[in-house]
Design a protein around this ligand. Structure first.
Ligand code: HEC
Length: 102
């Protein structure tokens, strides 16, 4: 009975597994990636450009590296994205391809 109460308490306390980039907006992130990032990935990696995120020897192996790679591209391309735009993109790429849980 005690454990049942504990489960119920957890359910109703808004417990949710940790998620990186929780404050990001996926839809905005996708729009940004579609507009600025896909074309070049697609021309060097083929298909729709998404295999760069799922290739076997991908460079990004955790959520920290994902954010820093996005920052690098942002700077390299001179996009001048703000931090919230980077987070939107990070959330979109993570939820769609990388699926890091922390
Ligand atoms: C001018 C071409 C170009 C553009 C534009 C570009 N990228 Fe890239 N990107 C690359 C190349 C090339 C690599 C692979 C680098 C490597 O393997 O060392 C890469 C790799 C990446 C990776 C790492 C993939 C992995 O291995 O896990 C991410 C994430 C990424 N890019 C995000 C972005 C984002 C976000 C944008 C838009 C702001 C963007 N890129 C725009 C060329 C580009």
């Amino acid at each position: 009975m005690k454990s049942l109460l504990l489960i119920l308490a957890l359910l109703f306390s808004g417990y949710a597994p940790a998620e990186p980039f929780a404050e990001g907006n996926i839809k905005t992130g996708k729009t940004l990636v579609d507009k600025h990032c896909i074309q070049c990935h697609a021309s060097s990696f083929g298909d729709d450009g998404s295999s760069i995120y799922t290739r076997e020897l991908r460079k990004v192996t955790n959520s920290k590296k994902l954010l820093s790679q996005i920052r690098t591209c942002n700077t390299m391309l001179g996009l001048k994205w703000f931090e919230d735009e980077e987070l939107n993109v990070a959330k979109y790429l993570n939820q769609t391809y990388y699926k890091f849980s922390e």
